[in-house]
Each structure stands twice: as structure tokens, then as C-alpha cells.
Design a protein around this ligand. Structure first.
Ligand SMILES: *[C@@H]1O[C@H](CO)[C@@H](O)[C@H](O)[C@H]1NC(C)=O
Ligand SMILES: *[C@@H]1O[C@H](CO)[C@@H](O)[C@H](O)[C@H]1NC(C)=O
Ligand SMILES: *[C@@H]1O[C@H](CO)[C@@H](O)[C@H](O)[C@H]1NC(C)=O
Length: 195
């Protein structure tokens, strides 16, 4: 609806003439101004709001502090950008060593939601690591002699110590590097102790 507003000054009455749907009306003052045009949609994508307003005009055609507003929903047929967001952190994964200092990691993923339609990627790291130690490593007994090792003994990964074969995977550490309890059929203790 297009308005063309003219203010006519006469001796006693100030009138505003405007065009509404092709009909020219004479507005008496004081009174409401014609509606403004609709504002543009409040969003650039998806659903938003638009409004038009009118002002109460005093007898001189001046705006006073009273405004009428009419709202209308609007829709811009364009996908809104979706910024990425992290999932919560996973739990801490296994400590990298059965005994002695190791490291463990935890992860998060940028899928909560995934960035879309030009939205921002997640900022920050997708993983985090910290020091861990499940338990201290045993020490090599002072009486131990490598030359006493028999073929059937289990040789620790370091090559510096052997232990009786029966001690392999018995859930107790014997090798000074913990290797007698590595790659066992049982699920080893996932120590969560941090340093
Ligand atoms: C307009 O009216 C509102 C509420 O009635 C008031 O808070 C505001 O201060 C007024 N503004 C002016 C410029 O008088
Ligand atoms: C991101 O995801 C977390 C965890 O679900 C949630 O608490 C937070 O409100 C989300 N942030 C945004 C901007 O979506
Ligand atoms: C951890 O994240 C960094 C960068 O965020 C990456 O370079 C590294 O490969 C990741 N490590 C693992 C184990 O996923």
C-alpha cells in the first residue's frame, strides 16, 4: 500500500491527505498517521519478523510519544548458516603404558552440530592428552642374572630381564618394563590416575 502524504496548512484544520488503495482520504488531526511501509525481514534466512508502524499526530501534525505497531511473520527461503559445535569430551582412553609414566588421550567431535551452509568450524583441539601412570613398575631384583635365563623363560621386552613363563599374563607385574602383562587375553586395568 503506497502512501503519498501531503500536509495542508489551513487556518484552523491541518489535514493530511494520503492515498490508500487508490482512494484519497483526508485525515483529521489529531489522529493516527498512515501506516509506514513494512520493514524488511528481521533475518536473512529462515523465519523472522517484519512490522509497520503508525504514529499519533497532534493537531500540528507532530509525532507524539505513542506508536502503533503491526507485526507479520516473514520467511526468507535460504538455508541459515549452522556453526559447528563440539560433542562433550569422551572419557580418557587407556594409559599408553602398563606401568610407569605414560600418556592417555580423550577426544571430541565437531558434529553437535556439524558446520553447514557456510557456518563456522569448531575452534580448539579435537583431542587432549595428559600424563598417566597405572602403577609403578617393578624393579629388577638385585640377585637377578641375565645369564641364568632359560629358553622357556619369558624374556621381557627390554631384553634386560626374564621371568618364569608362568608369570606371563598372571595379572601381576614382574618385568621391570611391565611387558609380561602386555597383550594378555584379559582386559588390563585402564588406569585413570593422572600425574
Ligand atoms: C515514551 O513512553 C515510554 C513508556 O510510556 C517511556 O518509557 C519513554 O521514556 C517515553 N519517551 C519519551 C521520549 O518521552
Ligand atoms: C554445544 O554443545 C554443548 C553440549 O551439548 C551445549 O551445552 C551447548 O549449548 C552447545 N552450544 C551451542 C552454541 O550450540
Ligand atoms: C590430535 O589433534 C591434533 C590436532 O588437533 C592432530 O594433529 C593429531 O593427529 C590428533 N591426534 C590423534 C591421536 O588423533
Amino acid at each position: 500500500m503506497a502512501h503519498r502524504c501531503l500536509t495542508l496548512f489551513t487556518v484552523i484544520v491541518i489535514s493530511c491527505i494520503y492515498e490508500a488503495g487508490g482512494v484519497v482520504e483526508v485525515q483529521k488531526l489529531p489522529g493516527w498517521s498512515p501506516w509506514s511501509g513494512w520493514t524488511s525481514c528481521s533475518v536473512t534466512c529462515g523465519y523472522g519478523d517484519s512490522f509497520r508502524q503508525a504514529h499519533w499526530l497532534d493537531k500540528d501534525g507532530q509525532r507524539v510519544n505513542e506508536t502503533a505497531r503491526e507485526h507479520m511473520g516473514c520467511y526468507i527461503p535460504k538455508s541459515c548458516p549452522v556453526n559447528g559445535n563440539w560433542t562433550v569430551w569422551s572419557g580418557w582412553y587407556w594409559c599408553s603404558s602398563v606401568c610407569g609414566p605414560g600418556r592417555q588421550e580423550r577426544y571430541r567431535y565437531c558434529v553437535n552440530p556439524k558446520p553447514a551452509n557456510g557456518g563456522l568450524p569448531c575452534s580448539g583441539l579435537a583431542n587432549e592428552s595428559r600424563a598417566c601412570e597405572v602403577q609403578p613398575c617393578p624393579t629388577i631384583p638385585p640377585s637377578f642374572r641375565l645369564s641364568d635365563c632359560a629358553d622357556e623363560d619369558f624374556m621381557c621386552d627390554s631384553g634386560l630381564q626374564c621371568v618364569p613363563a608362568a608369570q606371563r599374563c598372571d595379572r601381576t607385574l614382574h618385568c621391570h618394563d611391565g611387558s609380561d602383562e602386555v597383550k594378555c587375553r584379559y582386559v588390563r586395568n585402564q588406569g585413570k590416575k593422572s600425574l
